[in-house]
Design a protein around this ligand. Structure first.
Ligand code: PBG
Length: 332
């Protein structure tokens, strides 16, 4: 492709920026409500349904509150909600069996939301951390996160979520081989059309801090997640992870965190041309909200600019805690 750039003054790039109408006509990327996935925190622990102090404006929701979120999403035109449970520390064990209990709170919420507002897609989180006494996404033995047994546990967890009515499985655990295991278990169990949005390139990031407060994992976590989540210094490795997950049966792929990793999004989109998502994670939300609360940044403007940047980088959609606020501003 040859770029033809006549010299000044034949070429004046400012001509197309002169008025709002011309700028609209020349705009390459846009943000729509339809690009948003809204992560919400849910809990059945009495008194835990409060605002998360490191995430101003984000609350933990009871079953009733989760249904209200689904109704709000439907009204605003947000296509999907993603669920993250805050679990009672008393039910967390080293073997994590609550993760695949058919009647665990998440599965009850999935069923109730699908019943009340079937048109809003429900995405789940597949990882053991909300149920794990040591806060890790996988089973731990002698300080090691055990891959293959964890995958077996994740499959059981996913089957229970699928039975409850989930539309999108969201494995966020970063074990090897889990996408293939989930895909074949779903085929075998008759859930042939359930979709998998793989957290394919998930980095071991300090930007998850407020999330761990929200799901109550901060206190529990022993050590860090660097033996399974990716090294922030790597880019080619992200492509290897994404390629592997597509080959194993992922329908959609995700890069996480978002804003500091948009270079990865661009490479993933260009290389694989798959439905591609990024997660604007809790720390990104917290960072923007902290500056807003100090009066240093304009809430609406930075929110929309940050979300548009995901689209420009190649995302088909964004998981963001700003989803309902952004939807209200953009309009359906
Ligand atoms: C854990 C999980 C995490 C997030 C989503 N799922 C945290 C982690 O890996 O420790 C982070 C989301 C956010 O920070 O908003 N399975």
């Amino acid at each position: 492709m040859t770029l033809i750039t006549p010299p000044f003054p034949t070429n004046r790039l400012r001509r197309m920026r002169r008025t709002p109408a011309l700028r609209e006509l020349a705009q390459e990327h846009r943000l729509s409500v339809k690009d948003l996935i809204w992560p919400i925190f849910i809990t059945d622990v009495p008194g835990a349904d409060v605002e998360i102090s490191s995430m101003p404006g984000v609350v933990r929701r009871t079953l009733k509150g989760a249904i209200e979120a689904a109704e709000e999403a439907a009204k605003l035109g947000i296509p999907a909600i993603c669920l993250f449970p805050y679990t009672d520390p008393a039910v967390k064990t080293e073997t994590c069996e609550q993760a695949w209990a058919e009647d665990n709170f998440t599965n009850k919420v999935i069923a109730a939301m699908k019943e009340a507002v079937p048109e809003v897609a429900i995405m789940t989180d597949i990882a053991l951390d909300p149920y794990n006494a040591n806060g890790h996404d996988g089973l731990v033995r002698d300080g090691i996160i055990i891959n293959d047994e964890t995958v077996e546990a994740l499959v059981k967890m996913a089957l229970a979520q699928a039975e409850a009515g989930a539309d999108i499985l969201g494995p966020s655990d970063m074990m090897d081989g889990r996408i293939g295991a989930l895909r074949s278990a779903m085929e075998a169990a008759g859930h042939k059309d359930i979709t998998i949005l793989s957290y394919a390139a998930k980095y071991a990031s300090a930007f998850y801090g407020p999330f761990r407060d929200a799901v109550g994992a901060s206190g529990a976590l022993k050590g860090d997640k660097k033996t399974y989540q990716m090294n922030p210094g790597n880019s080619d490795e992200a492509l290897r992870n994404v390629a592997r997950d597509i080959a194993e049966g992922a329908d959609m792929v995700m890069v996480k965190p978002g804003m500091p990793y948009l270079d990865i999004v661009r490479r993933v989109k260009d290389t694989f041309q798959m439905p591609t998502y990024a997660y604007q994670v809790s720390g990104e939300y917290a960072m923007l909200m902290a500056a807003v609360q100090n009066g240093w940044l304009d809430h609406d403007k930075v929110m929309l600019e940050s979300l548009l940047a995901f689209r420009r980088a190649g995302c088909d959609g964004v998981l963001t805690y700003f989803a309902p606020k952004a939807a209200k501003l953009i309009g359906a």
